[in-house]
Design a protein around this ligand. Structure first.
Ligand code: ZN
Ligand code: ZN
Ligand code: ZN
Length: 685
């Protein structure tokens, strides 16, 4: 019997379907060894030797693997085809004491019969470079986390954490917030003429006295009014017509980063959700490996795409030559493929009974994107008209879709504007001339999508790390999302970031973090020694840390109040904890009385009609709303209540995203947010 070991039970189930009785497939249920939780686990006096332990939850799986391994002739390690997968395979090999004679490593980028058969025909040995790159990442992260966090406990607040990539990411959000605070909107005006000849259309003022207007050139209403007065009586005449065909090309196929961005924008999935669902699709054999930064499509995939497009849409939608996309970031030996369906002709509605709703949506997105990337571009007829009026030039642009191309399967937003067929010199009738006031806008706060994009652009994340980073910065209480799902730093986020910026500038430096990520890539490629990288990082880091323990004084963040402690009568102070402010007795540690600060929403508790509904946080940092009289009244809900009752069942109404809905689960009452248009009852499916 040959034993194949993978890291997940679903994956093992899918693989065993392809193989005969000669093979047994078992799962390790994730990591079988890791650094210990309760200590550093890295021997600083012995070349950063990691002390790995078998976590309690892995013991059962390890025993099973050991028993099965005894009976096996050959043990084949089939964990995921990236550094983390390689490291898991290595840990398994270490525990089972495997050697080159009795074990093999196989890699595949999709869980299909042909891919598994191919992989079994081409086994290799474990790749030490990939393993070391993963170990180096684990140890670097451990050193920063376990050394710097206690510093924050001592100097700021207990329970805080610092992290190698985490802290830079929080800094991005803090910096953005400061830019927004500093931002001063500037006023500017635009001028539009509604003109008529055969049909009405709008044209925008672009030139005055032969000088092209830039955005902020018309600054005040007075300036705009003067232009309007000058042009009221002018003659409007076509001075130039330009026609051309414009092509719009499809986006490249998905990488981890672009999949997370698109799923956030189109499906409102968090990065974490996207990864969980993509993993399910991968393990079910439906898509290629979902942790990748490669844009490469295999030859078989290109052929399958070509055939599918031809039979489904016809030759005019096909390409004569495949469109090849160049991968920006290259990690040798991690030569992955882009994320695509394993079977191009597995259309979403044909396999939908196998999938739940969210899996279906994500699969649909991946399927469409992969097909679109090998389809003909969309073609537009574009017209631009220039209209002369006195010494001014107005411009109107029209765009008509001539051929939909890839848009047939991957619709994207575009606007069609039709302009009348006119000739040079024709005089137009002025219907209306008007000005519009605008203000420049501050940079936007990050969404999950734009944050992933930024991390990738700066080179401070990798396909396996985007989603965990984004979860961590929220769970640790450094950032939260506003009601538009955009990141804002918390108070403690500002304080810790400023402290790190001042005292550990490298830890929050984008360039330094990106440089370390590159070093890890080099280790994976065998071009860099991992111990050298650890040493180069650790020595200056520890020296600086020792110095800062001496230098930096504990931050006193307490704010005095008039409130007296109900237990001992001492004054209460406002303290800042991991998850915000609370009242604490100033006689601490003699008196340990604390009280939450009631963040009232101004809504009366519907259950006891005495308390106020207050905004609170769970231990994990998730926001919820509950009665201020807790524990006497236990009323609580996840969504923010508004001070209004449901017209249908009289329960309290809550805000959910952009909607106002009834908090009663059995009631379907909904309103659009802002305008209180009732959309009526929506049937549950
Ligand atoms: Zn007290
Ligand atoms: Zn109550
Ligand atoms: Zn209701």
């Amino acid at each position: 019997m040959n034993l194949i070991i993978v890291e997940s039970p679903t994956k093992s189930k899918t693989i065993s379907k392809f193989l005969d009785k000669e093979y047994k497939v078992l799962s390790s249920y994730g990591h079988v060894r890791d650094l210990p939780k309760n200590q550093l686990g890295v021997d600083l006096d012995d070349n950063f030797k990691p002390k790995y332990v078998i976590p309690t939850k892995a013991r059962k799986a390890v025993k099973e693997l050991k028993d099965a391994a005894k009976k096996a002739k050959l043990i084949i390690l089939g964990t995921d085809s990236d550094r983390e997968g390689e490291a898991i395979a290595w840990h398994i090999a270490q525990i089972l004491k495997l050697d080159k004679e009795n074990s093999q490593r196989i890699v595949f980028h999709e869980i299909t019969k042909s891919a598994i058969e191919q992989a079994l025909k081409n086994p290799r040995q474990l790749d030490t470079n990939l393993i070391n790159a993963q170990q180096a990442r684990r140890i670097l992260d451990r050193l920063v986390g376990y050394k710097l966090s206690p510093f924050l406990w001592k100097k700021v607040v207990k329970g805080l954490s610092a992290g190698r990539v985490q802290s830079v990411t929080v800094k991005l959000i803090v910096d953005r917030e400061r830019e927004i605070e500093k931002f001063k909107p500037e006023e500017y005006w635009t001028i539009v003429a509604s003109l008529f000849k055969k049909q009405e259309f709008d044209a925008k003022l672009i030139k005055i006295d032969n000088k092209r207007l830039s955005k902020l050139d018309i600054k005040t209403k007075q300036e705009a009014d003067k232009i309007l007065t000058d042009l009221k009586q002018a003659q409007y005449k076509i001075s130039d017509i330009k026609k051309k065909e414009v092509q719009k090309y499809p986006s490249p196929p998905f990488t981890t980063s672009t999949l997370q961005q698109d799923a956030a924008r189109k499906l409102y999935f968090s990065a974490k959700q996207t990864m969980v669902i993509a993993q399910q699709l991968y393990e079910a054999g439906l898509i290629t490996y979902h942790r990748t930064d490669s844009l490469n499509l295999s030859d078989q995939a290109l052929i399958a795409l070509h055939q599918f497009i031809k039979s489904k849409f016809g030759s005019e939608y096909n390409l004569t030559q495949p469109r090849i996309y160049k991968t920006k970031s290259k990690g040798a030996q991690e030569a992955h493929e882009t994320i695509r369906p394993t079977q191009i002709d597995a259309q979403p509605d044909q396999i939908k009974q196998r999938l739940d709703q969210r899996q279906r949506k994500l699969y649909d997105l991946i399927w469409r994107r992969a097909i679109a990337c090998q389809m003909a571009p969309a073609r537009f007829d574009s017209t631009s008209l220039e209209i002369e009026a006195n010494t001014c030039i107005f411009k109107a642009t029209g765009q008509i879709l001539k051929f939909d191309g890839f848009l047939k399967i991957y619709p994207t937003k575009f606007q069609e504007v039709e302009l009348p067929l006119l000739t040079k010199g024709e005089v137009l009738k002025l219907i209306k001339l008007f000005s519009e006031q605008h203000f420049t806008k501050p940079p936007a706060r990050y969404t999950e999508a734009s944050l992933v994009k930024t991390l990738e652009e700066y080179g401070i994340g990798r396909p396996s790390t985007y989603a965990p980073i984004i979860s961590t910065i929220q769970e640790r209480g450094y950032t939260e999302k506003n009601d538009q799902k955009r990141f804002i730093p918390t108070e403690i986020g500002f304080i810790v970031t400023d402290l790190l910026k001042e005292n550990f500038p490298k830890i929050v430096d984008i360039k330094f973090t990106a440089y370390l990520e590159k070093d890890l890539d080099k280790i994976a490629q065998g071009r860099q020694n991992w111990l050298a990288i650890l040493k180069e990082f650790y020595q200056p880091f520890q020296e600086n840390l020792d110095k800062k323990y001496e230098e930096v004084k504990k931050k006193n963040l307490d704010q005095p109040t008039d409130k007296k402690c109900p237990k001992c009568g001492s004054p209460m102070v406002i303290k800042l904890g991991r998850f915000g402010k609370f009242y604490a007795c100033s006689a601490f540690p003699d008196c340990r009385h604390t009280e939450p600060i009631i963040n009232s929403t101004g809504t009366t508790c519907p259950e006891c009609n005495q308390g106020q509904i207050a905004k609170r946080r769970t231990k994990k940092g998730k926001i919820f709303y509950s009665c201020s009289r807790y524990p006497k009244c236990k009323y609580a809900l996840w969504d923010e209540p508004i001070n209004e009752k449901c017209p249908e069942c009289n329960s309290i109404l809550v805000k959910k995203g952009n909607q106002i809905k009834c908090s009663n689960k059995e009631c379907n009452y909904k309103q659009s947010h802002g305008n209180k248009r009732v959309s009526g009852k929506i049937k549950k499916d």
